[in-house]
Design a protein around this ligand. Sequence first.
Ligand code: TRP
Length: 362
Amino acid sequence: MENTKKPVLVSGMRPTGRLHLGNYWGALKNWVELQDKYDCYFFVADWHALTTSCEDTAALRENARLLVADWLAAGIDPAKCVIFRQSDVKAHAELFMLLGMVTPVSWLLRNPTFKEQLQELAKAKYKGQEDKMKKPEGLVKQLAEAHGHDADELALHSDMATFGFLGYPVLQAADILMYGAKYVPVGKDQLPHLELSREIARRFNHTTGQALFQEPEPLMTSVPMVPGVDGRKMSKSYGNTLELGEEPKALEAKVRKMYTDPLKIKLDDKGHPDGCVVFAFHKIYNPAWAPREAECRGGTIGCGACKKHIVELMSGPMAGQRARREAVEALGGADEILAAGGKKAAARAEEMMARVRAALKL
Ligand code: TRP
């Protein structure tokens, strides 16, 4: 590719099916802009999906296909970047294993995401006993207190704490270092993982005495706040998402359910847009959100009309996404693109692996 002079950028998403608006405004929209500036590798992190759940993998391939169809429909262009499925490039597994040799377990144990996600998993597992989860520190801490264990130690002994799950950041480091990425676009939640990638790169370079890996830098871009319909962070596991290509009926039903200012009951009640989910979407989709804010505060518009308006504003882009997705399907879907991208990525990965093996004198 004539792209090779541009800095390399790597990013992945786990295949969880259709994308929601949080995924779009938080990541994908940036990817579309980044693909012109960087030599981009965008991949489906299907092995990463296995680190938190290996039990139900029936939908994995289909979810990967749906995910990539959404990428393409949103403007990710296979002529500009390499699009592939992680499990198609086996070198990621080899590099993961070799990087594991220089990664102290203590680094992985202190990774805050490890503990937090473990709690999330525990929450899902102990559904129905949520009363036990009320404390902010969560189940792990509580059980630890009850049993007189250190929380870290207890987390480690949970049956959900697999070797693969603990090693998640090492696999992520392999994804990134494999292509000599200079940049990784990340949200705040992924920063500890990226820091580990940098530490692992440094440690490998130091151990082998060769400056093989470049330390990747986070590329933080400002993203709008995208709440779920209930006002919490938009997330599949909360069941509060709006799909990127939501059908009109579903959009209407979801907007109807959106959390609004509970103190604004009648049209002429003065509203408080700050915590209002509908207003958060006006800020994204309505160029005239500022006068709308004034109307709400002044009690000159009701929540019903405000909701109706946001449905109108959002349904156009959503219809566009659906139409472009259908066009992708009509062209045979994502399979061919993934196959071609997998070959390109594997060739690039093989170059790096030859140098890694040589550095280790294998
Ligand atoms: N951990 C990322 C997530 O959950 C996915 C991911 C895996 C990733 N490997 C990566 C992101 C490499 C950026 C670079 O969203």
